[in-house]
Ligand binder design. Structure first.
Ligand code: ATP
Length: 340
């Protein structure tokens, strides 16, 4: 039996002749039924909305193309507790989860939960991991968009594939994740030349606007400066995931020691100081390096010499000798790390 808030919304849509509300409500009901494994009922509900004006635009069949080439479906494993997040980010995420969990109550007051999130921040500091943790908190799959499957060079192809993707996701409870969201604006020469990129981006934004609130859409970018105001405006929750502060790094090392059940031989505060400037992803790599060397040097018990030796190696990696630095002058800028 559908929930009372959805039934009320359906009646309201009928009374007002509001086809968009009607379609969104039926899609929410179908998503609920699918979650209960009532696939036949979910499909039959959707058959009814497919004939509505908004949905009649037939898709041009893209020959030999599978829906699966448009996204990866991931079962989330990481939770919010696994991440080290600024307080404000954690609070915003908990609020989002609460609104999604208690959407019946919100709907009974004619309110919808927020469901459009924009994550910004330098690479390797948890944008993808946070999208996964949100999906885990909602016990829904993470649908990660595959740009190589979405972006086509023929006129209309990209918009058509995006429409297929959105038609699929809107019928189930899921978290739709666009990593490197800005990439859509600067892909393949061909779509630029035809001026199609503008049409693609505006159709994408319209599709995002039109998503029912049971689909959480999370977009991530390392280049917020490339997004225009129209894009920013779409997202009800905008969060910055910064590079780790010294306190966050200390916490990282504390958790790592607890996980491996051994002290690293240096105080977390000292390690945080020495590795200041690295991203979470790089610190994780450092710790994995230490752990690998430790396992291979067993039965040696003490981690301190291994950590000290790895610190030296990482120092060379991030602060290479002057001659090498000269050779790299034109290359990518490297993080400068203390490691003294
Ligand atoms: N805030 C964090 N707390 C704990 N671990 C983190 C955090 N951020 C990143 N990590 C670790 O670093 C790894 C890489 O992070 P992630 O892929 O989420 O970064 P990203 O911001 O999405 O990077 P990119 O912009 O390159 O896609 C994660 O798998 C996780 O193990």
């Amino acid at each position: 039996m559908a929930r009372s808030d959805l039934l009320l919304s359906l009646v309201r849509a009928g009374a007002m002749g509001d086809q968009i509300l009607f379609r969104k409500t039926v899609e929410a009901m179908a998503a609920e039924e699918r979650a209960k494994q009532h696939h036949v009922l979910a499909d039959r509900l959707l058959e009814n909305v497919r004939s509505l004006p908004n949905n009649t635009q037939a898709l041009h069949p893209v020959v030999g193309e599978q829906l699966q080439s448009l996204f990866y479906e991931i079962v989330p494993r990481r939770s919010l507790q696994d991440l080290i997040l600024p307080e404000a980010v954690l609070t915003a995420c908990q609020e989002l989860l609460e609104e999604q969990h208690r959407m019946d109550l919100l709907r009974s007051y004619n309110l919808e939960p927020r469901h459009r999130v924009l994550l910004v921040g330098p690479p390797g500091n948890g944008k993808t991991a946070l999208a996964e943790a949100l999906a885990e908190g909602l016990t829904i799959p993470l649908i990660q968009v595959r740009y190589e499957g979405i972006i086509g060079s023929y006129l209309g192809e990209t918009s058509q594939r995006l429409k297929r993707l959105f038609d699929y996701v809107r019928t189930r409870r899921c978290l739709l994740f666009f990593d490197e969201f800005d990439a859509l604006g600067k892909e393949r020469g061909d779509i630029h030349e035809t001026g199609e990129i503008k049409r693609v981006v505006s159709s994408l934004l319209m599709q995002i606007d039109d998503l029912p609130s049971h689909v959480v859409v999370v977009t991530a970018t390392n280049h917020p400066e490339l997004l225009d105001r129209a894009v920013w405006r779409r997202f009800q929750i905008r969060l910055t995931l910064p590079a780790p502060s010294p306190k966050a790094l200390e916490e990282w090392f504390r958790r790592f020691e607890a996980r491996i059940g051994k002290p690293l031989g240096f105080a977390p505060r000292i390690l945080a100081e020495k590795l200041k400037g690295l991203s979470f992803a790089e610190v994780e790599e450092f710790c994995m390096d230490v752990q690998r060397r430790y396992v291979l040097s067993l039965p040696q018990e003490d981690l301190k010499p291994i950590v000290a030796e790895r610190l030296k190696q990482w120092k060379l990696r991030y602060n290479p000798p002057a001659a090498e630095q000269g050779a790299k002058k034109d290359g990518k800028k490297k993080t400068s790390v203390n490691l003294s």
